[in-house]
Design a protein around this ligand. Sequence first.
Ligand SMILES: [Zn+2]
Ligand SMILES: [Zn+2]
Length: 171
Amino acid sequence: MRLLFEEITGKTDRYSIADSHWFPSTLDFSVVAATATISVSRQDRETVIIKGEILGRCNLVCDRCGEAYETNLLSEFVYLATTREEDSLGLVDLECSDEDALMHYLNEPIIEVDEILREQAFLAVPLKNLCREDCRGICAGCGQVLNNELCRCKPDTSHSPFAVLKKLKKQ
Ligand SMILES: [Zn+2]
Ligand SMILES: [Zn+2]
């Protein structure tokens, strides 16, 4: 979806995007289902404000065990788009009440909504993806995913001579 900068007025327009066509599936991150809601209004002659929310589910790959898993996707954002020049020697006064807002400098007077949603979805994903808090990962020795299977490296260490030595040391 694209919005023309000139057509955005002082009154708030709301859009609901019920599918996730805007999200390209990558190998380790895909959006299963998501609804995005955005409201757009003009802040001043050169700036528009876009508030949005993405709610849905996504597929990620666990950083520890390498298995795919499904989890919630939630993003809330405030985005400012301006036709002002970025290089005005730091004289740009953001005049923004929302400190968390991101200022985006437009090359053309067009708001690419899909691009904004894509960017926000990526930002919503944590830096470290874990399929579950206590994911046991992969055994470096035998390569087993330890959440589902037992390690195949050491059959039973309690009968080894070293285990006996440990016992002696403890006494
Ligand atoms: Zn995992
Ligand atoms: Zn192992």
